[in-house]
Design a protein around this ligand. Sequence first.
Ligand code: ADP
Length: 546
Amino acid sequence: MQALMMNSQLMISSILKHAERNFATREIVSVTADNPLHRYTYKDFAKRSRQLANVLKELGAEFGDRIGTLAWNDYRHLELYYAVSGSGMVCHTINPKLFPEQVAYIIKHAQDKFLFVDVLVMPLVEALKDHLTEVKGIIVLTDAAHMPASSLDNVMCYETLLAAQHDQFEWPSFDENTASGMCYTSGTTGNPKGVVYSHRSTLLHALAGSLPDVTAASVMETCLPVVPMFHVNAWGIPYACIMVGSKLVMPGPKMADGATLQALMENEKVTYSSGVPTIWLALLDYLDKSNKKIDSLKRVTVGGAACPRSIIERFWTYGTEVKQGWGMTETSPLGTVFSLKAGMEDLQGDALVDVQCKQGRGVFGIEIRIVDENNQELPWDGVAFGALKVKGPWVASGYFGLSQVPGSEGCPVDELGWFDTGDVATISPDGYMQITDRTKDVIKSGGEWVSSIEIENAAVSHPLIMEAAAIGCYHPKWTERPLLVAVLTPDATLSSQEVIEFLRPNLHKWSLPDDVVFVQELPHTATGKLNKLALRQSFADYQFPA
Ligand code: ADP
């Protein structure tokens, strides 16, 4: 029997319409290159998004066209999110911090018809001039007074284009499975691959993302997403927060600057924020040095890489709760998020931090499982390690422009329809997932898996160790043993043995590194993650001391 319910399509434009109606006076505050503190309301935002939809139409952009953005977190980027997807085009966010050849590859591969570019990113676009032959126009996200000189053809000014358009626009309705956004995963090897989000996946992700045990986004909150809008849609915040009517504070290009973040958060009374561990270390260092606080900040979500214990503990001293989350570009990114369960209310101190150090529980909508080498499911006992697989309506089933034939590069799902995350994890009986490694970074010592993340987390809790990476190196008896490569704080000295003694109480005997090597810096990928592949290559001939 068929149900008798309206088959309304889940449209991104519905968020905007709801927000304008219900939260017209809510504020969006942004730092931009042309204005250190721009401030307007949801009403202005909705009006300008409609003007922008008219701009796109006038420019000749059509349903399904990819519209590239190279921009920071600010109100103009937000207008693009809604106007582009709302008109049936695909908002393709590009990370301006990638290597120029990757940016060129991505723009060409996605066949971006127009590019909307922050003023600060224009030098990069100028440098890519010869690669942009198929791009019909470049729109600089600024006003006429701040337009840079350019050697490119067909460069236009965002504010001038907007001012010429009226603010009436009827958002169209179409199939909710239509592509709404696109984001390329950078990867350490091979070419970046395009993940394609839909209106449906984005809406369901926003609904799940605002649940109380996930981000608890609400009209009473003020949210500052530090995670960039070019990075998996700023983890969905631009949709979830607008949907519920939160005040948004956008840090623009000043994302990694502790002083700017503290001032913005304090002045705008930010209650909730999200970002990668590196950002929080910068903010915490600034707070410690300046003796400042952020009284309003109730909680932060940390993800993108394992959250060191010290971040959780240091935030507690400022009265801020840390919620760790795990996800990927391919999972939109929400997969698991930390929150306590009934019966755990009394957890305190180290026992509480122990659970917070895990990557959290599966969010409703996402199924998680761990499997062995034969794709057989492993128990949720907190001990068994296995390849982490996920399934759900906001998980990628393929990559743009690549063959989806099972077993090919463009098909990330197995024969049972599970997406292979490339992560290795344990899951405790009560459902808390803990990432122990990337599949390709696993250290296998005498047949036992050793978690490199566990070693790294223990190492960076040493006050003199700034950053650390554990890799497997050849060992004649055990095949592989862990080697720790560490960067010390300026002017610090430590011996290999001192570090090993420091780690001993916190690690299993077989997880203790056999040696510690000190380096000036560790290699990183363009998105700032440890590049273990490069590190393993530079230690390929390393031999442990006899
Ligand atoms: P993102 O851009 O959001 O980091 P990517 O697709 O680039 O997404 O990277 C996803 C990978 O980052 C995951 O597969 C996992 O290895 C790592 N990751 C994300 N969150 C965490 C976390 N909380 N702890 C450990 N690793 C994480």
